[in-house]
Write a protein that binds this ligand. Sequence first.
Ligand SMILES: Cc1cc2nc3c(=O)[nH]c(=O)nc-3n(C[C@H](O)[C@H](O)[C@H](O)COP(=O)(O)O)c2cc1C
Length: 248
Amino acid sequence: MNIDQKYPSVAEMEAAAYRRLPPFMRDYLFGALGGNVSRQKNRDDLNAVELMPRYLSDGTAPDIRATLFGRAYDAPFGVAPVGLSGLIWPRAERILAAAAKRHNIPYALSTVATASLEDIRAIAGEHAWYQLYTPKQPEVVKHLLGRCEAVGYDTLLLTVDVPYETRREQDIRSGLTVPPAFNARTVWQMVTHPEWAFACWPRVFQVCQYQAVARDGLARKTSPSPSRPPPSLCVGAWAGIFCRSALP
Ligand SMILES: Cc1cc2nc3c(=O)[nH]c(=O)nc-3n(C[C@H](O)[C@H](O)[C@H](O)COP(=O)(O)O)c2cc1C
């Protein structure tokens, strides 16, 4: 059975992911804050978009190529950064980075990834962008940006979020922390999802790209949670292309 027959719709794919993931990862991926109001509004806005077919056209594939920051891509979109991807699907960052390169679209690697920025640059080449949640310490920002520049990233995506940490009720409920913690609740969730545990759990030790930083003893001083970023610091430390993404 091929993937189309197995999952004729995205909803069926989502249902399979929902069953496979332990609650703390399931809530991280599917959950939203409060009463899910914003998520529903986003869904409603997307549902309101209607496509108008061009009847009686000659049926040739439309040209959707786009040029961004001086580089020509085969589509006007890329892969958005998703933290902890490797805990959702094993080696997800590597798979997506390779696919982005193959399809000639950008791949934005999250600061809170489970693959190192060096590995992803090696896989995606110039299709790799780096997304930065600014750690609280300037030396960590410089360290991260230095690593990016050393391996050739030229596009930095600075995520701007609400200025205070949000209350992620679903993570409190299911026990997700960064880095993930072992306790009776999370261990039980893993034991009852063995397929996930065997495939994904080893990645947990690679959460964040602070492996090199951690060796320097800086990791404990960083916060991977989105805080008010010091853009001037980032712009000052970055020689390449700089863009900003805002999380609602
Ligand atoms: C589970 C999850 C994890 C995300 N992690 C990050 C992240 O690490 N960094 C970031 O800048 N944005 C992150 N985002 C935001 C996405 O990159 C994207 O901007 C957002 O989901 C809106 O796009 P969409 O409407 O296609 O979902 C995350 C979103 C989700 C759902």
